[in-house]
Design a protein around this ligand. Structure first.
Ligand code: GLP
Length: 245
């Protein structure tokens, strides 16, 4: 695991965007895994800016998002599809048919999970996966206790995650209780992974991640078993931590 330390959120966003831009320039038809949450918003802003100013093209890029809330359709502004359109896809030249996000309103969510997993396989897997990290160490929506073997599936959200994400909803009760998420095994099959962490709210998660112990209680720790992971974290997320990366 490689760690890139940056000053603050702006620098994190810029560095992450630059990292993806370089990869896209050298492989314009790559398969990218994308994440939601507040953390990648700045990176998406820089990607849009680069598209507008330098014409980096996403025309041949295919994307797979990590997860989606069950019960929210793409027109709901708290759905991850809405988030992605709003922050990225509506502002770049990506073909919408190349964009994949699990459907949260499928009549058969289990079948939706299996189809999503097959679709990733049919594309030859993900080349570069972006991750954020939950305060409890979740990646995608793989909550503590998730199996290392898990594939795209329906998961129940913990109260901690629902509370953390309640800031986007009118009330806590409105936060869905379930989601579809790529599994840990799905994520681990990505050829390369970049994880972003910003702010003191992520310090405890960074402490546990950088400590290096692999445990089901802290899903992000599985990333230590992957050979190509880069963590980009800012000073606030790393303050006071001892680590040897
Ligand atoms: C959500 C998403 C995760 C994301 C996490 C952290 O729960 N499912 O993929 O990493 O939130 O979000 P934030 O970046 O807002 O802290």
């Amino acid at each position: 695991m490689k760690l890139i330390k940056v000053k603050d959120y702006e620098e994190l966003s810029k560095q992450a965007a630059d990292y993806f831009i370089k990869k896209i320039q050298s492989s314009p038809a790559m398969i990218i895994g994308l994440a939601t949450g507040s953390t990648p918003e700045g990176m998406y802003r820089y990607l849009v800016q680069d598209y507008q100013e330098n014409r980096i093209s996403f025309r041949n890029i295919t994307t797979f998002n990590l997860d989606e809330y069950i019960g929210l359709d793409g027109s709901n502004e708290n759905s991850y599809r809405f988030f992605m359109n709003n922050h990225l896809f509506d502002h770049i030249d990506i073909e919408k048919s190349n964009v994949h996000i699990p459907c949260g309103t499928s009549k058969d969510s289990s079948a939706e999970c299996a189809t999503y997993e097959q679709l990733i396989k049919a594309h030859g897997g993900i080349d570069l996966q972006l991750l954020g990290i939950g305060g409890n160490g979740h990646i995608g929506f793989n909550e503590p206790g998730s199996s290392f073997q898990s594939r795209t599936s329906i998961v129940e959200l913990t109260d901690k995650t629902r509370r953390d994400n309640a800031r986007f909803f009118n009330t806590f009760e409105e936060v869905p209780t379930e989601a579809i998420t790529m599994g840990i095994a799905t994520i681990m099959e990505s050829k390369e992974i970049v994880l972003l962490a910003s702010g003191e709210g992520k310090r405890e998660a960074m402490r546990l991640l950088l400590e290096g112990r692999v445990s089901e209680d802290f899903p992000a720790s599985y990333l230590h078993n992957h050979s190509n992971v880069t963590v980009i974290a800012d000073e606030a997320a790393l303050a006071g931590l001892n680590y040897s990366l």
